[in-house]
Design a protein around this ligand. Structure first.
Ligand SMILES: [Zn+2]
Length: 60
């Protein structure tokens, strides 16, 4: 399984286009967080994540 990060919203998926925002995805990313409940997550709030799932911390 190869995870790719959205260059727009940093969401991680296996798709060539982001399932959340239809942005371009890249394999060139580092680190990730798993958001289980974005409405209660301080990281999600800080990073602007508005869905549950895996997000890259750094996307080039
Ligand atoms: Zn996206």
């Amino acid at each position: 399984m190869v995870l790719k990060a959205c260059t727009n919203c940093m969401y991680l998926s296996e798709e060539d286009t982001c399932p959340l925002c239809a942005g371009e995805t890249t394999r060139d990313w580092q680190g990730f967080v798993i958001i289980l409940d974005y409405s209660r997550s301080q990281i999600a709030e800080k990073m602007g994540f508005e869905h549950n799932g895996k997000y890259a911390l750094k996307v080039r």
